[in-house]
Design a protein around this ligand. Structure first.
Ligand code: NAI
Length: 469
């Protein structure tokens, strides 16, 4: 097997950036260059004051230690390809918006153009690693493209190495992964390439956590893991609807259920719904795959996980309207949190966007506060969520502020959309004093102490809890 000394990572996003920064930190003997076509993103990665393009706890510290030592960020894609012996392809694979499979299939345009670039530039053997989440058998297409365009004497070995990090805990996950999965062709060359990559991870990951499997199993495992994680959330959310109707408490139910060692306690929290760039996209991808394989029952089964999530979001909006005496027109609502989860500035598919869109469709006034999301991002997301409405009109109804206290002032209702820790520590008495009465709180993340808020005087609605609890 080749001993890897130079790595190139194509795509400096939420995955490529943190993943390869940690590779560089843990492997000082390997030169790691992360490249992207997006100049602004690369400039941010290189910024002297470490104003990085993404927020992850612990990321700045990693970049501080490795940048300029053996970690580099560049827009010179060709040079990095030329020099590397191993190339991670970590570009985005969003759901297709038009054409065949629109709304379900993954858009592989970025993967393909990165692959074609590798084929055009490479003059020596390369191990090409699929890091992006892709549909089953994408590695096969990559291999065909590489082989059809390669120069004589240049070998390409393709590996699948999906990334399991979760945003918000990316650095901790990368330091101590549950597992690293590497898929390869089961040929001698395939196994050798697999070993070369395993050696890189073995610098900090225990051997028994590095799993090596076939290419297709590896690709499918990533979709399967995300589908099953999202399914857990949709299951608990489906139960939360029953709790609200019966007076049971989803916290107690989840706690009791999670005690079963076969189920386990983690990832059983009811909420306003899952968001993020991956769960929905990867399930839809699995649905599309199932349909292409003529497995309609399998497709319907997984599609229901996404439908339950949509239902949960709209059910929550409806609770807000119903509770505020069946109309929120002209009312003022504070939305605390805009990111799709705590400890990230990422807003892709955030539940907050759906809620605010619903509130605006009722012509309510919305004031938003999030500790990490940039104002420009919020405007962009809202314009995209409400097509056909000019931003000026949206701005008449929406205000963005810089603290939770400011957001809540003189509002009729507060909606917790993201589980930021600081929302637990708000001075709720002060908030109450400054609100219009009756003052409502809708906890979409189950992070507040409802009984204490009720003592202050708030009317509180919590996901998965019937009235009177
Ligand atoms: P992202 O959109 O943050 O980053 C992708 C980057 O690739 C962008 O900066 C884009 O400019 C760049 N890019 C696209 N085509 C390029 C090309 N031909 N040459 C150079 N650069 C190019 O996406 P993110 O979130 O990092 O996701 C990447 C992949 O990882 C996706 O397939 C995603 O499903 C997967 N993934 C994402 C996770 C997450 O938490 N965000 C977790 C695990 C996997």
């Amino acid at each position: 097997p080749v001993k890897v000394s130079k790595i190139c990572c194509i795509g400096a996003g939420y995955v490529g950036g943190p993943t390869c920064a940690v590779v560089a930190l843990r492997c000082p003997h390997i030169q790691v260059t992360i490249v992207d076509l997006n100049q602004a993103r690369i400039d941010a990665w290189n910024s002297p004051d470490f104003n990085l393009p993404i927020y992850e706890p612990g990321l700045v510290e990693v970049v501080k230690q490795a940048r300029g030592r053996n970690l580099f960020f560049s827009t010179n894609v060709d040079k990095a390809i030329l020099e590397a012996d191993l190339i991670f392809v970590s570009v985005n694979t969003p759901t297709k918006k038009s054409g065949v499979g629109a709304g379900f299939a993954a858009d592989l345009n970025y993967v393909e153009s990165a692959t074609r670039r590798i084929a055009a530039i490479a003059t020596s053997n390369k191990i090409v690693v699929e890091k992006s989440t892709v549909p089953c058998r994408t590695a096969e297409s990559m291999r065909t493209i590489l082989e059809a365009n390669s120069k004589p004497g240049t070998r390409f070995d393709i590996l699948s190495n999906p990334e399991f990090l979760a945003e918000g805990t990316a650095i901790a996950d990368l330091f101590k992964p549950d597992r690293v999965l590497i898929g390869s062709l089961q040929t001698q060359e395939g196994r050798d390439a697999c070993q070369s990559l395993a050696e890189v991870y073995a610098n900090w990951v225990p051997r028994e956590r590095i799993l090596t499997v076939g290419l297709w199993s590896s690709e499918l495992s990533k979709l399967a893991a995300n589908a099953m994680l999202a399914q857990r959330i949709s299951s608990v959310n489906a139960l939360s609807a029953i709790c609200e109707a019966t007076g049971a408490n989803i916290d107690e139910v989840a706690h009791a259920v999670g005690f079963d060692s076969r189920i386990g306690p983690k990832f059983l929290r009811a909420s306003v719904g899952f968001g993020g760039s991956c769960f929905q996209k990867d399930i839809l991808n699995l649905v599309y795959l199932s349909e292409s394989l003529h497995l309609p029952q399998v497709a319907a089964y997984w599609r229901q996980v996404v439908e339950m999530n949509e239902y949960q979001k709209s059910r929550f909006s409806k609770t807000v309207v119903d509770t505020l005496f069946n109309t929120i027109t002209g009312k003022h609502i504070a939305v605390l949190g805009f990111a799709f989860k705590a400890d990230t500035g990422d807003t892709r598919e955030s539940a907050a966007i759906s809620l605010i869109r619903d509130f605006l469709s009722e012509r309510a006034y919305v004031t938003i506060y999030d500790p990490k999301v940039e104002e420009a991002q919020i405007w962009l997301d809202l314009s995209e969520a409400i097509p056909g409405t000019p931003l000026e009109t949206i701005k008449k109804y929406v205000t963005i502020v810089h603290s939770a206290l400011e957001a809540c002032k003189q509002k009729e209702a507060i909606v917790i959309a993201t589980e930021w820790k600081e929302f637990k520590e708000i001075d709720w008495q002060t908030v109450y004093n400054q609100m219009s009465k009756p003052a409502f709180v809708f906890d979409g993340r189950m992070i507040l102490k409802a009984d204490e808020l009720q003592k202050i005087g708030f009317k509180v609605k919590v996901i998965g809890r019937g009235d009177g609890q």
